[in-house]
Design a protein around this ligand. Structure first.
Ligand code: FES
Length: 233
């Protein structure tokens, strides 16, 4: 229940934040050199009609990446569909035949690897946003907003680099890890990704929290409810 509620809350919050806050309530997604992670990279904001949020052009990548994630699939199949409700607990009576990922729409979960490749594009821009936030008004600053952007980029990097599909990509499809220099290099990479992969669930929830925290902070800053404590030099 907790997983179902938190995941549903994240989806609802991200849709409201990215689609409605600016056109409906006039709450900016970019303030003081900080850009909300939902809107990064910012694509042609001046060219779009006011009712069309630029986040729509980007958000489908991280949302698709998360909803097709192997860990989240396990978690929300249990939470939303009772499929299965828990380890060693049988299917409920209303699941007459198990077809889940062999039929539409769940067969689309197989797109996860493609979402992984795409997810590195906004991730690179999130790092860029974090570094750009250090430069402000012809000077340098280390603000709380910038710290949140760096933490968010780091946690999302941990989440992406611990992906099961990436682990297969770097170490899968080989019969021999020690045969030549190339397979030995892949083995080394596979071991590193495997180390991160052991904590994939932690990366998943921590990065979810950091995206929300960075977005909430920037929105509160935009409406003047909080200030941005910063070291300036
Ligand atoms: S398995 Fe979770 S991001 Fe790929």
């Amino acid at each position: 229940m907790a997983i179902g509620l938190v995941f549903t809350g994240f989806i609802i919050y991200s849709l409201i934040s990215s689609l409605f806050w600016l056109p409906e309530f006039g709450v900016a997604y970019e303030v003081e050199g900080y850009l909300s992670p939902f809107f990064s990279p910012l694509i042609a904001p001046g060219l779009l009609p006011p009712w069309f949020s630029p986040a729509i052009l980007v958000l489908w990548i991280p949302l698709g990446f998360r909803t097709t994630c192997y860990y989240y699939r396990k978690a929300y199949y249990r939470a939303f569909f009772f499929d299965p409700p828990a380890c060693a607990v049988g299917e409920p009576w209303f699941h007459r035949r198990y077809a889940m990922e062999r039929k539409f729409p769940f067969i689309l979960q197989n797109l996860h690897r493609l979402f992984l490749y795409l997810a590195f594009i906004p991730l690179a821009f999130l790092w860029l946003d974090a570094f750009l936030s250090l430069r402000h008004h012809d000077g340098w600053r280390i603000g709380l907003g910038g710290v949140l952007l760096f933490v968010n980029a780091a946690l999302l990097s941990g989440y992406s680099l611990s992906c099961h599909s990436l682990r297969h990509l770097v170490g899968g499809g080989l019969d021999c890890f020690s045969c030549d220099a190339r397979t030995r290099a892949r083995h080394g990479l596979w071991q590193r990704v495997t180390g991160l992969n052991r904590n994939h669930a932690m990366w998943a929830w921590a990065s979810l929290a950091s995206v929300i925290a960075a977005d909430v902070y920037i929105r509160l800053l935009a409406i003047g409810l909080i200030g941005d404590p910063a070291l300036r030099f």
